[in-house]
Design a protein around this ligand. Structure first.
Ligand SMILES: [Fe+2]
Ligand SMILES: [Fe+2]
Length: 281
């Protein structure tokens, strides 16, 4: 099973510009997915779908997704507006006021969370959502399961984007995950960089963003400006999560057109054959 993840699209950042940079970056990512030698079974779009949560931005995004050859499953981030999202993406399941749902029909069961707390940059995960997650995970303890959220409940080393791993909501989420060892991984977005860490025993993946990336700067930050880079025009990014039947393998990828420096032609056969032989022996 191959799961693609796109995150932090921020459509509508340039309101009234139908050819805005973030739409160009989204189209580049979708083009990269189309060009893969193996098509994803589905695509997860993990929040900050839009920049301002306007109805028009969701309509623009839905039109783009409708042209995709794979099922696209969107979920919410802090820049989104739940009612507007659900008003446009009417097929997305929701319950008890939250756009959380389960994708059942693959080798990996996928539980998609709603960590939007409107008015907050950081995440939210109240008792009702924790109970819902606990119940969903308890339904299928024998199935390998991927949990999806926008906000990562981890330190990231990038101070100004870290959202408080010690906050109550993050602990609530971690407590539920800790009770279900069949959870393979928690995959998230929000930080706009590829990051791998863990919360308790649960591996946590942060996918690179479609919109511009957050600059890699690990120095502590204060409220005195130090001219550090904050946002960088790196290539639009995405993730591929490949389930081989035993392991969920996560790759960070970018939508660029890097020149190929080596191809598997006849001249490379000795090298490849040697590597394959070593694995067999
Ligand atoms: Fe974002
Ligand atoms: Fe976010």
């Amino acid at each position: 099973m191959l799961i693609a993840q796109i995150t932090d699209l921020h459509i509508g950042f340039e309101e009234d510009n139908p050819d805005e940079l973030n739409i160009q970056r989204l189209r580049a990512v979708l083009e990269s997915l189309r060009a893969l030698d193996r098509a994803p079974d589905l695509v997860l779009a993990t929040g900050d779908l839009t920049d301002n949560g306007t109805l028009q931005s969701y309509k623009d995004l839905k039109a783009i997704f409708e042209d995709c050859p794979w099922p696209v499953w969107p979920s919410l981030g802090n820049h989104d507006v739940r009612d507007n999202f659900l008003g446009v993406f009417r097929d997305i399941p929701h319950s008890n006021g939250f756009a959380h749902y389960v994708i059942e029909d693959g080798a990996v069961r996928i539980v998609v969370l709603d960590t939007l707390e409107e008015g907050r940059h950081g995440g939210g995960f109240c008792d009702a959502r924790a109970q819902w997650l606990d119940q969903r995970l308890a339904e299928a303890p024998d199935r390998p399961t991927l949990v999806v959220a926008h906000h990562p409940p981890i330190p990231t080393g990038i101070d100004w984007m870290t959202i408080g791993p010690n906050e109550a909501w993050a602990g609530r989420l971690a407590d539920v995950l800790a009770g279900h060892p069949h959870v393979l991984k928690l995959v998230t977005g929000h930080i706009h960089r590829a990051i791998s860490a863990q919360r308790g025993r649960t591996p946590v993946w942060v996918s690179p963003s479609v919109a511009p990336q957050v600059a890699l700067c690990l120095n502590p930050i204060t409220d005195i400006p130090d001219d550090r880079p904050l946002i960088a025009a790196e290539d639009p990014g995405y993730s591929l999560h490949y389930w081989d039947g035993t392991t969920l393998i996560s790759h960070a990828a970018s939508a660029n057109h890097a020149p190929v420096l080596a191809r598997y032609g006849a001249h490379m056969r000795p090298l490849i054959s040697g590597l394959l032989e070593e694995k067999r022996s």
